[in-house]
Structures are given as C-alpha cells and as structure tokens.
Design a protein around this ligand. Sequence first.
Ligand code: 13P
Length: 280
Amino acid sequence: MSIVNFNDILPSARAEKRAVGAFNIANYETAKAVVMAAEAENAPVIIQVYQRLMEDRFIASLGAMMRDMAERSSVPVAVHLDHGVSLEQVKLAIDCGFTSVMLDGSQLPFEENVELTRKAAEYAHEFGVTIEGEIGHVPLNGTEGAENIPLSTPDEARQFALATGVDALAVSVGTAHGYYAKAPEISVDRAREINAVVDIPLVLHGGSDTPMDKVREVIRNGFAKVNVATEFQHAFQLKLQNDINALNGKFLPLDKIMIQPTAAAAEHLRKLIRFFSDIA
Ligand code: 13P
C-alpha cells in the first residue's frame, strides 16, 4: 500500500532540490499511464484531476479507482484535486478519498483568499488530507492576462503561507497553463526570493511547453511539485488519432486501441519524471 499525501513526498523533495510530477488525468488509461511511468522510474508521483471533473456524477468512482491504483502501486502516489474552487469541492474530494486538495482562491482579493483557504486547510487537516493554496494567479494561455503575467511577491507569499496553514503553495513566476504563443519569461530570481521567505514546498503550475532550463532552476529553488497536463495528454491524443486513422474505419476493440496511446503517454511522462527527479 503506497497511497500518500503531500507531506510524505514534497518536503523531502524540496530538501533534495528535486520535484514530484503532478499529472492531470481524465480516465482509467491516463491514470494508468501516470502510475506505470512512476513505477518504471521508481519515483513518487501525484495523480490529479481538474476541478471540472468534480461535477461528474460518477466522480466517486473515479476517486475510488485512483485510490485503488495508488494502493496497488509500488511507488508513493498521492491523489489530488487540482484548482478546487470552493469548500464544497474540497469536501467532496475528501469524501471521494483524495489524499490532497487544492483550494484556488487566487482570483479573490488577498483577505478573501486567505479566509477561504484557511477554512479549507482546517477542514482538510482534520481528515489527514494535505492542501495546496495559490497566491498570485497563473493564467490560462490564450486568455486575457496571459501576457505580462504579474508575479507573486515574496511578502504576500510568506503572509499567505503563515495565515492559511497550507502544506504547499502555488505561486506565479511567469508560467501559464497550456501551450505558449511566445516563449514565457520565467523569473528564477523571483522563485529564489519567494523560496527564501517561505518554509513550505512551492508549486509550479503550467509545466507544459515551459523552457526546461528554467524549470530546472525553479526546482532548485524550492518548487517541489511541477504540474503538467497539456503536454502528456496531447501525446496520448496524437497517438490515439494516428492509430484510429490507420484503422481506416475497421473495428478494433477499445481496450486494444487504448494500449499504444497509454504507452505513448507513459513514455512522455517517464522523461518528465526523470528530469524532475534528477535535476543535477
Ligand atoms: P499545463 O497544461 O500547462 O501543463 O498546466 C497544468 C497545470 O498547471 C494544472 O494545474
């Protein structure tokens, strides 16, 4: 049994200047790809789900499946809610067996973000569940605000971490979610300044398509969790599309169709996990 929460895997990663990959899954195959990749690299990993999946009628079934995979895995696996938007979602994720949650109040005024995140942290901790908060917003590429991204300040990050009691903190150092139209400007200096005043692991959102040398530098500066969704899901999608096209309309049972895309996603994830865990 190797289901864990953030405190089992992130503080040690931070101390060793490496990061744990946190990958957004959508179904059985993508979850399996994450666990397969982590086992192949003998590294801890985080399976996380987009908050919109919490609206699915069968989210409890997905939660049970992720927990079961984590328990059967030979490496430590945390099951996490990504970008939770409300206390209700946090509670639902905990009811569904998640070992970790995020409350993302980054678009609220500072005091409201603190208040909501603090309440969520108190609730999560009662159940032995760890929690991630966000201060300074990491936008979605292609949306307003994805250019000239405001960076989190060391002072607000320190105050927020102390006032909320979160176990991990997402901050903005210049990344955005999804593919970039033009190369992002990642501030390693800001990462270093925030890390100097915050005692908990930092989280890098928007890990896809981000210059690897910058990712390496921020990991060396306290970012112990790196989120990647777009890149690895796209590897899955492209292989699936290619294989379906090659079938030319012929029938192949779906479980067989899924084998190669799952393997392609796992291969992509293995490279990321290797990079995050051996940053030297
Ligand atoms: P990407 O889709 O850019 O990899 O971002 C993932 C993420 O940060 C999920 O919270």
